[in-house]
Design a protein around this ligand. Structure first.
Ligand SMILES: Cc1ncc(C[n+]2csc(CCOP(=O)(O)OP(=O)(O)O)c2C)c(N)n1
Length: 334
C-alpha cells in the first residue's frame, strides 16, 4: 500500500499551529492565576489536535461553530492572537468589546460563529448555515464542534435529523474527551461511540484517534472534500482525553491518576514532533525558530491585551441591541 506523503510546509504549518495553541493556553493559565481573567477558563490541553488539524482544510469563507475547548480553531481560522487575548481578558479591543470573557466571540469575516454556551447548539446552527450554502449553490462548508456530553442533548439529535434529511455540506466534529465535567463517558450514554448515531440519521459516522494530528487531518480532508462536492454531512468522532480539569478551577480529582498517565504519554504535540523529527522534516534549529517566533507572537499578544482598556461603564448597553444605541439609564421593555 502506498504511504501518503505530505508537503513539508503543510506539516510545519500544522506543527506551528499546534504549538501556538498550546503555548497560548499556557499563557492564559498563568494570567488566570494572576487574577487577570474573570470567570472560568476552559482549556484544550491534550486535545489541541482536533480543532487545529480540522481547521487546516477550511477556507476563510467556510464557517465554524466552535465550543469552549476550541481556541485552536479561532487561531487557525485567522483571529489575531492579540485580539483573541484581549477578548479573554475582557478588554475593549476584543470582538465582544469587553462585554464578555473567554470565547463568546466570533467574526463574520473569518467565518467564526460565536459560541452560545448552550451545549450542542453549535449543531443546528451550523446545519442551518450549511443548508444556506446548499440552497445558494455555494461550495462552502460549515463545521460544528461539540463534546460527547453535548451529544446527549436534544439539539444534537434535531441537528442530525435535519442534516440527514437535507444533506447540507456539514462536518460534525465530536471531541470525545471521556468526561462531561465530572461525569465519565460510561455514565453519560449506553453505547461506546457517538459516531454510531450518525448512521441512524442517514449519513456517515467515522471514528478517529483524536491525539493523532495527521489522522484527524486526513479524516477531515475526506469529509470536507465530500461536503464541497455535494456528498452531504459526515460526523467525525475524535477519541481523546481531557488532561486537565473541566476548567482551571477544577482539580479533577475524579480522574484516576493512572488513566491520566496513560493519556499524557499520548500527547498529540509531542507525538507529532517525534513523527516529524523521525522523518527528517524537523530539526532542532527549525524547531527553535518556530518556538521563538511563537514566543514573540504571544509576548506581543499579551502586551496588546494588557495595555488595552476595559470598556467604560456607559458602554454597558451599547452593541447589545441591533438597532439602537441607548443612553445609560434608559429603560427597555421587550
Ligand atoms: C445545555 C447545557 N447544560 C449544561 C451546561 C454546563 N456545562 C458546560 S460545559 C459542560 C460539560 C460539557 O461536556 P462535553 O460536552 O463532553 O464537553 P467537554 O467540556 O468535555 O469538552 C457542562 C455540563 C451548558 N453549558 N449547557
Amino acid at each position: 500500500m502506498a504511504v501518503k506523503t505530505y508537503p513539508k510546509e503543510k506539516l510545519l504549518k500544522l506543527y506551528h499551529d499546534l504549538l501556538l495553541t498550546r503555548q497560548f493556553e499556557q499563557r492564559l493559565s498563568i494570567l488566570y492565576r494572576q487574577g487577570k481573567i474573570v470567570g472560568g477558563l476552559y482549556l484544550s490541553r491534550g486535545q489541541e489536535a482536533i480543532p487545529v488539524a480540522t481547521c487546516q482544510h477550511l477556507r476563510k469563507d467556510d464557517f465554524i461553530s466552535p465550543v469552549h475547548r476550541d481556541l485552536g480553531a479561532f487561531l487557525v481560522k485567522g483571529m489575531d492572537p492579540g485580539v483573541l487575548m484581549a477578548q479573554i481578558l475582557a478588554k475593549q479591543t476584543g470582538p465582544s468589546k469587553g462585554k464578555d470573557s473567554f470565547l463568546h466571540a466570533g467574526s463574520k469575516e473569518l467565518g467564526i460563529i460565536p459560541p452560545t454556551s448552550i451545549l450542542a447548539s453549535t449543531i443546528p446552527i451550523a446545519a442551518g448555515v450549511a443548508f444556506g450554502f446548499k440552497i445558494r449553490g455555494e461550495d462552502r462548508v460549515a463545521v460544528s464542534y461539540f463534546g460527547e456530553g453535548g451529544s446527549n442533548r436534544g439539539d444534537f439529535h434535531e441537528g442530525l435529523n435535519f442534516a440527514g434529511l437535507h444533506k447540507p455540506p456539514l462536518v460534525l466534529i465530536c471531541e470525545n474527551n471521556k468526561y462531561a465535567y465530572s461525569t465519565p463517558v460510561e455514565k453519560e450514554m449506553a453505547i461506546c461511540c457517538v459516531a454510531y448515531r450518525a448512521e441512524s440519521y442517514g449519513f456517515e459516522g467515522l471514528i478517529v484517534d483524536g491525539n493523532d494530528a495527521l489522522a484527524v487531518y486526513d479524516t477531515m480532508e475526506y469529509a470536507v472534500n465530500k461536503a464541497r462536492e455535494g456528498g452531504g454531512p459526515t460526523l467525525i468522532e475524535c477519541m481523546t482525553y481531557r488532561i486537565s480539569g473541566h476548567s482551571e478551577h477544577d482539580e479533577a480529582k475524579y480522574q484516576p491518576p493512572e488513566e491520566k498517565e496513560i493519556w499524557k504519554r499520548r500527547d498529540p504535540i509531542e507525538n507529532f514532533r517525534k513523527y516529524l523529527t523521525d522523518r527528517g522534516q524537523l530539526d532542532e534549529s527549525e524547531d527553535q525558530r518556530i518556538q521563538t517566533q511563537i514566543a514573540q507572537t504571544l509576548d506581543k499578544a499579551v502586551a496588546f491585551a494588557e495595555q488595552s482598556p476595559y470598556p467604560p461603564p456607559e458602554d454597558a448597553l451599547r452593541h447589545v441591541f441591533a438597532n439602537e444605541e441607548p443612553k445609560y439609564g434608559d429603560r427597555h421593555h421587550i
